[in-house]
Design a protein around this ligand. Structure first.
Ligand SMILES: Cc1cc2nc3c(=O)[nH]c(=O)nc-3n(C[C@H](O)[C@H](O)[C@H](O)COP(=O)(O)OP(=O)(O)OC[C@H]3O[C@@H](n4cnc5c(N)ncnc54)[C@H](O)[C@@H]3O)c2cc1C
Length: 490
């Protein structure tokens, strides 16, 4: 395991291939530092005695202690600890911990590469195991490049006017493959060691070129990262932990990129592409039951703090709102626990969380987020939007006025009130807050996608049989069991 500083030193050695605002920039550009700080925290947490038990895991490949963000889940406990770790870390950094995506992708690869080798005698699993050993030994940070540009949505990859709108193999050579295309919305790609690319959807028999998965360093020849970066507003005097973090997302362009065979995990096996896409989504939605529980708890705490500082903590409408919010936190987290407890062991030995519970938790999270913004906005009041700039609180003339008139609950010092409302402003009335509104809805898959999966995986015949029985209508089978088909698609 390495520390945050060792991670920073390694990232500093990557070749420049990040573009922002029309310029080639380096990975420590001030707009990217917030993201780097989040990633570095995932390394330092592994040495925090308070996080012992969740932050460190054991490698099933070498038996050595590893950062849990490099683990393939081999038990129910592994899944539960991953979820708990994600929640605790997200609480610490005030949002997305970012490092989950890459390892969620590799957990998916662990299942599919094993299956491909058994079916086709390929070498993907050997490639994967070798890569995984390096990830664990060197404590590599990874992103997941899944979402394709996708072009015209109703058209399949092979139907697009431009075939590169889904990343594809354009040439197979003796020593590797050449891929061309782009992946979109790639979080943390600019400050990770390696990019893990996997398919975004199922592929049909006409689409072997698009059924491709591999890993390459983030500064690999031919890879260009066109990045958008977000951070809470920079502070001058009123420094706070929340404002030291941030995130970046890139369009990751692969311009005729050579991938050596030993880095390829899937190439042409169309029937496994969709499975890999779904497996990543599933592992990632399980991570979401940790991270989104943290985000919802932050909104709950912020709403409670706003009520206390405004002197309205005892009002009944405030308590009702808070009870609703607590319920969401608990249900999202409970869905993840249920998904872990009801996991299925794949032939590869990887534990796969329950589909229905993961999707239910992620969907609830995606849909509740606007309500959470609304609750905090409602209880905090208009100051969240109209708070004067930080400098005015320290100006000789305006500072005393602002500290006098920001006062609400007389038991709370003016600076604490200022701090709280400055944080609420960062969370909601800022570029960061606006970006988060979209992130929390679509990141990890939009709620509409979870609805499709929830409907697909529920055994509706069983539900109807329960009703038929109650109504005295004949049916086949037994209703005296809790019948679910969570992993029928596996
Ligand atoms: C902040 C953020 C971070 C992200 N990080 C990552 C990351 O690190 N790696 C990664 O791979 N992805 C990442 N994503 C991508 C995320 O998974 C996608 O945004 C999500 O899956 C939705 O895809 P989309 O944005 O292309 O939207 P679209 O698929 O374009 O969806 C837009 C709308 O069109 C509808 N639609 C789409 N196709 C059809 C169709 N055929 N018929 C009818 N309706 C359709 C959808 O239901 C939706 O309502 C991130 C996204 C965000 C916002």
């Amino acid at each position: 395991m390495i520390t945050g500083d060792q991670y920073r030193e390694r990232i500093a050695r990557l070749k420049p291939n990040v573009y922002m605002g029309g310029k080639l920039t380096d990975r420590f550009d001030p707009r990217l530092v917030g993201g780097v700080n989040v990633m570095a925290a995932t390394y330092d947490f592994a040495f925090d005695p308070e996080l012992e038990g969740v932050a460190v895991a054991t490698s099933h490949l070498t038996g050595e202690k590893i950062n849990r963000f490099t683990q393939i889940h081999r038990s129910v406990d592994d899944l539960l600890n991953k979820q708990k770790m994600t929640r605790l870390y997200c609480q610490e950094v005030g949002g997305c911990i970012q490092r989950c995506m890459g390892i969620d992708a590799l957990n998916g690869v662990s299942v599919v590469a094993y299956e491909a080798d058994r079916k086709y005698g390929s070498k993907y699993n050997e490639n994967f195991i070798n890569f995984m050993k390096r990830v664990q030994k060197e404590d590599l940070s990874l992103n997941c490049a899944q979402t394709d540009a996708k072009g015209n949505r109703p058209w399949r990859p092979h139907e697009q006017k431009d075939p590169d709108l889904y990343l594809r193999v354009v040439e197979k050579k003796a020593d590797g493959i050449i891929v061309n295309g782009a992946k979109a919305h790639n979080s943390c790609s600019t400050y990770v060691d390696e990019i893990v690319a996997i398919p975004t959807r199922n592929m049909t028999a006409e689409e072997p070129d698009w059924a491709v998965a591999f890993a390459v360093p983030s500064d690999w020849e031919g890879v260009t990262l066109i990045n958008a970066a977000y951070s809470p507003n920079k502070r001058k005097k009123l420094t706070a932990p929340f404002n030291t973090y941030g995130i970046g997302h890139s369009i990751t362009v692969f311009d005729h990129v050579f991938i050596p065979w030993e880095r390829v995990f899937l190439c042409g096996e169309t029937e496994l592409a969709g499975k890999l896409a779904l497996l990543f989504a599933l592992f990632h939605r399980h991570s979401y039951t940790g991270c989104k529980a943290a985000v919802s708890e932050i909104f709950t705490g912020a709403t409670a703090l706003a009520a206390e500082y405004n002197g309205i903590a005892r009002a009944q409408h405030v308590r009702h709102k808070l009870a609703d919010m607590i319920q969401v936190v608990d249900l999202i987290y409970a869905a993840g626990i249920a998904a872990g407890v009801n996991a299925t062991k794949a032939d590869s030995g990887t534990y796969i969380p329950d589909t229905n519970y993961c999707n239910a938790g992620r969907m609830l999270a995606g849909e509740a987020i606007y309500k959470e913004f609304e609750s905090l906005a409602a209880i905090a009041g208009g100051l969240v939007a109209t708070l004067p700039p930080e400098e005015d609180f320290y100006d000789e003339k305006t500072g005393p006025y602002l500290h006098k008139y920001i006062m609400r609950n007389p038991d709370i010092p003016a600076e604490h009130q200022h701090r709280a409302f400055r944080l609420f402003q960062d969370m909601m009335a800022s570029a960061w807050g606006g970006h988060k509104l979209i992130d929390y809805l679509h990141g990890g898959g939009s709620p509409v996608i979870e609805k499709v999966a929830i409907y697909r995986d529920h055994n509706m015949e069983h539900s109807k049989n329960i009703v038929k029985k109650l109504g005295g209508i004949p049916f086949e089978g037994s209703t005296k069991k809790i019948d679910r088909e969570s992993h029928a698609w596996l």
